[in-house]
Ligand binder design. Structure first.
Ligand code: ADP
Length: 164
């Protein structure tokens, strides 16, 4: 069975991430989207919220599953017998980080391969950070994030304003 893990913060998932998932999922028997629970980056949404936004978008696809994890991605991949870690590459700015992470993961577990998928030019400029900034200033989220995420972002920003 061919199993891949697509790890990330997904805070929140964007149409760029969704495009990568759709393009790679049919190449594997199972694709696990792994939401990082790590506190390294302070996230807007909890890991459970981030995972549920993804689940809602892929509930019709039984071979696409969502999980949350706080440890090393290679350890999770090894546990579930995944052979591949998938990452997306938007532009040269992503390159050094992705390359060093791929080499580090290879050092930690040589049997797991990292595969890099180039972003679709239509979504190349989209980042989770960018969409949070747009949402904060009430910009249009159309074409940037799925509908459930646009709704959740608006609600979250409203709530943050109320508690200020
Ligand atoms: P991380 O914090 O681990 O980098 P992200 O949620 O920002 O997690 O991204 C997860 C993966 O998806 C990364 O490999 C990132 O380069 C990739 N990615 C992010 N945005 C896009 C996009 N618009 N198109 C394609 N890939 C993307």
């Amino acid at each position: 069975m061919k199993i891949a893990v697509y790890p990330g913060s997904f805070d929140p998932i964007t149409l760029g991430h969704i495009d990568i998932i759709k393009r790679i999922s049919d190449h594997f028997d199972q694709l696990i989207i792994l939401v990082s629970e790590s506190n390294q980056k302070s996230s807007l949404f909890t890991a459970e919220e981030r995972a549920s936004f993804i689940r809602e978008n892929f509930k019709q696809e039984p071979h696409i599953q969502v999980a949350a994890h706080s440890g090393l991605t290679v350890d999770y991949a090894h546990q579930i017998k995944a052979q591949v870690i998938v990452r997306g590459l938007r532009a040269i700015g992503d390159f050094e980080y992705e390359m060093s992470m791929a080499h580090m993961n290879k050092k930690l577990n040589p049997s797991i391969e990292t595969m890099i998928v180039f972003a679709n030019p239509t979504y190349q400029y989209i980042s989770s950070r960018g969409v949070k900034e747009v949402a904060k200033h009430q910009g249009s989220l159309e074409g940037l994030v799925p509908v459930n995420v646009a709704k959740a972002l608006k609600e979250k920003i409203e709530k943050m304003k109320e508690t200020r």
